[in-house]
Design a protein around this ligand. Structure first.
Ligand SMILES: [Zn+2]
Length: 326
């Protein structure tokens, strides 16, 4: 029964392609245009994503109005099916005392509730982890909401990474932040890496996979963030790009259905294609932390169309934010 359905659907596909090719030929197009027509007929958009990262919401410099403006723009212009947020949602909780962190998360929740009716999936950024710097945050490490527990309880997560399916794609939300004493680095701890190995092994090889993390798994722009020239050497800190990039890359090589990785953290816009995987860093909603552009990065977000055949198209969109006078 299944075989019959498949063969009749592939016959229909062939007829559809033939029709598209004939239409292209009828207007005197080149062989390339025929191929493009066939490809276009083959591609079915299944999901549109708006990728918002590094909002760093705060009342200062109208950061809360900035998030609202971005959410309005997303809903009016991009009209996605889903928003993916890759962390650093609030200005800071790494070195900020409990009362202010409470205020910032309250602000975050109020703006989303009031201004956005779309479903959203988030992952954790370094600034979302409360008390990484204990002295500055006046935390002891024993508080019920210490570390990642605050952001996890807010989202109702029982662990800081997870996966889910949507529109024929498999989505993996990673936790980039390895929390050290008074510091952090971009790395999946061994437990999470084992979970990722297992999760990918359970995904059908024909199902395309989108991975999202706060810190880029792989980045070229990371080389342009810092004072390498003065130091006379290229040195990308483990807090800027995943230090375990090599083992993640080796794992992805075993799963060619991993197509796309989204991240933030750098406040830079880039796309790196490497060994069949595209790595997109989509700037920052806050630009340069609501003060000014960060290098060439203006306040914006990514729009990504996912197709049934595992391909995607993406663009970075500015939502027209004008920085407030400091
Ligand atoms: Zn960050």
């Amino acid at each position: 029964m299944q075989l019959d359905q498949r063969s009749s659907s592939s016959r229909r596909e062939v007829l559809r392609y033939a029709g598209a090719a004939a239409a292209a030929l009828a207007v005197g197009s080149s062989a390339g245009a025929v191929a493009a027509a066939v490809n276009a007929a083959d591609r079915k958009r299944v999901l549109r994503i708006a990728h918002l990262t590094d909002v760093h919401v705060q009342p200062e410099l109208h950061g809360d109005h900035g998030l609202a403006a971005c959410l309005h723009h997303v809903q009016e212009h991009a009209r996605p099916d889903l928003i993916i947020g890759t962390g650093d949602s609030i200005m800071d909780s790494m070195e900020t005392a409990e009362d202010r962190v409470k205020m910032l998360w309250g602000l975050w929740q109020r703006v989303w509730k009031a201004e956005c009716s779309l479903p959203a999936e988030h992952c954790i950024g370094n600034h979302d982890v409360w008390g990484i710097h204990k002295a500055a945050s006046k935390s002891t490490g024993t508080e019920p909401l210490y570390g990642k527990k605050w952001v996890m309880s807010l989202h109702g997560w029982d662990r800081p990474y997870r996966s889910f399916g949507r529109a024929g794609w498999h989505f993996i939300a990673l936790d980039s932040i390895t929390h050290l004493e008074d510091d952090y680095l971009g790395r999946l701890d061994d437990r999470q890496f084992e979970w990722l190995v297992d999760d990918l092994s359970r995904v059908d090889a024909r199902t395309p996979v989108l991975v999202f993390s706060h810190i880029p798994l792989f980045s070229a722009a990371a080389f342009l963030d810092g004072q390498h020239e003065k130091a006379h050497q290229w040195r990308v800190p483990a807090s800027i790009m995943h230090i375990d990039a090599r083992r993640v890359k080796d794992l992805f090589r075993k799963h060619p259905n991993v197509k796309l990785c989204l991240s933030g953290h750098l406040h830079l816009v880039e796309r790196v294609d490497y060994l069949g995987v595209s790595y997109l860093c989509n700037g920052a909603v806050s630009g340069g932390w609501w003060k000014a552009d960060h290098q060439e990065c203006q306040p914006g977000y990514g729009v990504i169309d996912l197709y049934a055949d595992g391909t995607f198209e993406s663009k970075h969109v500015l939502y027209g934010w004008k920085y407030a006078e400091a």
